[in-house]
Design a protein around this ligand. Structure first.
Ligand code: PRT
Ligand code: ZN
Length: 290
């Protein structure tokens, strides 16, 4: 009997990416158990297996075929140097990679780093940016606590991930230049296309993710409107292929249903009210296909 093909995903075991990564998979209706002590799991209602690992190892595991796909910060992918596909930008865990210097360090541009010692956990990304800017510096690679390195005398400045900037301030450092932006991405091997069954499982997963994601960006809107204003309402809402228009008992009025993007919602809402729409009901959408 043929063994059922399953897709294997690598997820950060514990850290900034873990909870949201698992939340995305769960929002696709995929059931599985997790426990801090267990490093593997299997979905009960979808051909997906999990391995829980350190985020730094995820690009290597995907590249080496240990996992088929993974969720990781773009920073870890670029730092790994592996040519892998980014199949979706997931948008969460966004932050920046910045140069930070001690408060008394005079900084005007990247040129000020010429000949300096810069501590970082991202030597590949940093050296490519320094090279592009014609700056030659000596990189001190550390795997954590980068912010402490100027104070203990092993670096003149640092290049590290920054989100709120609090850690820098608490360590007497000043952010002077953002050199790179990152957020969580779903990655897969480039040659993945040859594994037809696994590819089709990935496609099913991506359709589910996109369907949930589309819905998050839209609102379902229902309102009553004088029939004579229908054309103008359609123009305000825009992008409606076929708004559902239902007659009301009062022949001069209709009920209109449509979908509006979240980012345009308030301006559409105000314009509809000014047009004379009444009883505007707004509902979240749970799932929505293209
Ligand atoms: O144990 P494991 O190796 O799996 O985890 P980790 O400790 O290496 O990674 P983790 O969980 O800290 O971060 C995972 C990913 O989250 C990173 O690779 C980034 O893509 C993303 N991310 C988003 C961040 C931050 N925001 C962030 N603020 N990663 C790290 N930080 C650190 C930063 O290094 C600095 O020490 O937070 C500190 C700065 O924070 P602020 O808010 O004080 O500026
Ligand atoms: Zn890590």
């Amino acid at each position: 009997m043929c063994e059922e093909k399953r897709l294997r995903i690598a997820i950060q075991k514990s850290g900034r990416l873990s909870e949201k990564s698992l939340g995305i998979i769960r929002s696709c209706g995929i059931d599985f158990q997790t426990d801090e002590r267990v490093l593997r799991s299997s979905a009960s209602n979808f051909p997906l297996d999990f391995i829980f690992v350190r985020d730094d190892d995820i690009p290597t595991y995907v590249y080496d075929n240990v996992a088929d796909i993974g969720i990781v910060g773009r920073n870890e992918l670029d730092e790994s140097g592996y040519a892998l596909d980014v199949v979706r930008d997931l948008g969460f865990a966004s932050c920046r990679l910045s140069i930070a210097v001690p408060v008394d360090f005079t900084y005007t541009s990247l040129k000020c780093l010429e000949g300096r010692r810069i501590a970082t956990s991202y030597p590949r990304i940093l050296s490519s940016i320094l090279e592009k800017n014609g700056v030659s510096a000596s990189l001190v690679t550390v795997s954590g606590s980068v912010e402490i390195t100027p104070a203990i005398g092993i670096a003149d400045c640092i290049c590290d991930l920054v989100s709120t900037g609090t850690t820098l301030k608490m360590n007497g450092l000043r952010e002077v230049e953002e050199i790179y932006r990152t957020s969580a991405v779903m990655i897969a091997r480039k040659d993945f296309g040859c594994e037809i069954e696994k590819k089709s499982i990935l496609d099913r997963l991506l359709v589910r993710m996109d369907t949930v994601n589309n819905a998050k960006k839209k609102k379902y809107v229902l309102f009553n409107l004088p029939s004579v204003k229908l054309d103008e309402a359609a123009r305000i809402i825009g992008g409606m292929k076929s708004p559902t228009v239902t007659p009301l008992l009062d022949k001069d009025w209709v009920s209109v249903q449509s979908v509006v993007s979240e980012d345009r919602f308030w301006s559409v809402f105000e314009d509809l009210r000014n047009l004379g729409a009444e009883g505007i009901l707004v509902m979240p959408i749970e799932k929505m296909s293209d």
